[in-house]
Design a protein around this ligand. Structure first.
Ligand SMILES: Cc1cc2nc3c(=O)[nH]c(=O)nc-3n(C[C@H](O)[C@H](O)[C@H](O)COP(=O)(O)O)c2cc1C
Length: 405
């Protein structure tokens, strides 16, 4: 892999030497771009010696541009990694600034960017930094959470750069996930090209009052992974999602909703045009009968409070009951007796297929991997623990086989 390693002006810049060494040792090509801040901490020559390439540090150097221009350099990379990423560089990236070589490259690339922020704990916790990180994540940049511990400034807290080995592994993991997505995508093209796929994902929020709600721990990752892989395979994907912190996969039409009833309305609008409906959302079974229009006040001497809940529409069962229904796939997330319960749900709701999903005890929600058992009336396939992208590929393959009878 060709890795462009950006190094910015932070005390952890020296750790980027070890990271360079790890990449090179594993057979990857590395070109290093340093900010002028980074050069205050460490000599370019060290990176040059380790990477075997001259270090790039200037946007306006005719000699450097004559070797490989900055746009060429951006195209050269398969992956951009910035480690350490300073607070300043995070802010610049968030704003889309391009006043040095590194930030210009990041604007001029469509390659994946991974950031390893490193800074004093208060700089990290600062609302400005947190907002910058949230925006960059939303745009699809991969941001490694900084580690906790003793800092160079003598303080203790969150903000240390993760160890080079951890960054190395994160880059390798991201590359593997991308390859799996691509591979699964091309295999699936034969069936999914131009098929219309409707997916729901994430949790629903049922309001109690304007500031409180009943939600659940679904992260949306499974539904988003299915949407991403299906879109790569050429499907026309509509993704209806509850509140999640995930970027929209390329080529996917996303509809954001909050409550189960909003999700139902969006599904009702789109199910008829779909060849297949995959219900991966964790939809609340009940909602608060009468959400308060103003924040409920804490009342002295009141020890108990009762909320009356009423049933929400059963979205997947409703779609399965329509005359012009698409192929309907449900999910059963359970903590116990998963497969038995899923079989019962398959029959009761008249689904074409169900994906049984063990949750709890560290499995299922909020994770990047998962295990599923896929069931139809006549077949069963166990998918052992793997990344949600791999699972998405295997699931779409099973759906395509089931749809073709
Ligand atoms: C001794 C010293 C240590 C610093 N360490 C950090 C750090 O760990 N993280 C950070 O974000 N900024 C740190 N800074 C501040 C940055 O170097 C400064 O914001 C600089 O403008 C970063 O620019 P750059 O991102 O273009 O390299 C440090 C500054 C000094 C003087």
């Amino acid at each position: 892999m060709k890795i462009l390693l950006g190094v910015t002006g932070g005390i952890a810049a020296y750790k980027a030497l070890e990271l360079t060494r790890l990449f090179v040792k594993a057979g990857h090509q590395v070109q290093v771009v340093m900010t002028s801040g980074a050069k205050e901490f460490i000599q370019p020559l060290s990176f040059q010696a380790l990477s075997g390439h001259p270090v790039r540090d200037s946007l306006f150097d005719a000699n450097q541009e004559a070797g490989m221009g900055h746009i060429e350099l951006a195209r050269w990379a398969d992956q951009i990694v910035i480690a350490p990423a300073s607070a300043e560089t995070l802010a610049k990236l968030r704003m889309g600034r391009a006043d040095d070589l590194l930030t210009t490259l990041c604007l001029a690339t469509d390659r994946p960017i991974m950031l390893a922020p490193a800074m004093n704990r208060l700089m990290w916790r600062n609302a400005a930094t947190q907002e910058n990180v949230a925006v960059l994540k939303q745009r699809g940049l991969d941001i490694l959470p900084p580690a906790s511990g003793e800092q160079a400034c003598g303080e203790v807290g969150e903000g240390r750069m993760p160890e080079p080995q951890a960054i190395f592994e994160a880059v390798m993991h991201a590359e593997k996930a991308r390859l799996q997505t691509q591979q699964a995508g091309s295999e699936l093209k034969a069936f999914w090209q131009n098929k219309a796929l409707l997916i729901t994902a994430g949790p629903t929020y049922e309001d109690i009052d304007p500031v409180r709600f009943i939600g659940n721990r679904s992260s949306g990752k499974m539904g988003f992974a299915i949407a991403e892989v299906a879109a790569k395979a050429g499907a026309q994907v509509i993704l209806i999602t509850g509140p999640v912190a995930l970027p929209t996969p390329e080529g996917v039409k996303r509809i954001d909703v909050r409550s189960a009833r909003q999700m139902f309305a969006a599904v009702q609008q789109h199910y008829a045009a779909a060849d297949c409906f995959i219900s991966a959302a964790a939809v609340a079974d009940f909602r608060v009968e009468q959400p308060a229009s103003q924040k409920l006040k804490k009342q002295q001497d009141v020890e108990e409070m009762t909320l009356t809940l009423v049933k929400n529409p059963d979205i997947v069962a409703w779609v399965a009951a329509q005359d012009n229904k698409p192929f309907v796939v449900g999910f059963a997330a359970e903590t116990n007796d998963v497969v038995d319960y899923a079989k019962d749900k398959l029959r009761r709701k008249k689904l074409d297929m169900i994906c049984a999903n063990q949750v709890g005890e560290g499995q299922g929600f909020e994770r990047d991997d998962n295990a599923l058992t896929l069931l139809t009336e006549t077949s069963e396939k166990v998918l052992p623990t793997m990344s949600k992208h791999e699972l998405a590929g295997a699931l779409l393959r099973f759906v395509s086989q089931s749809m073709q009878g």
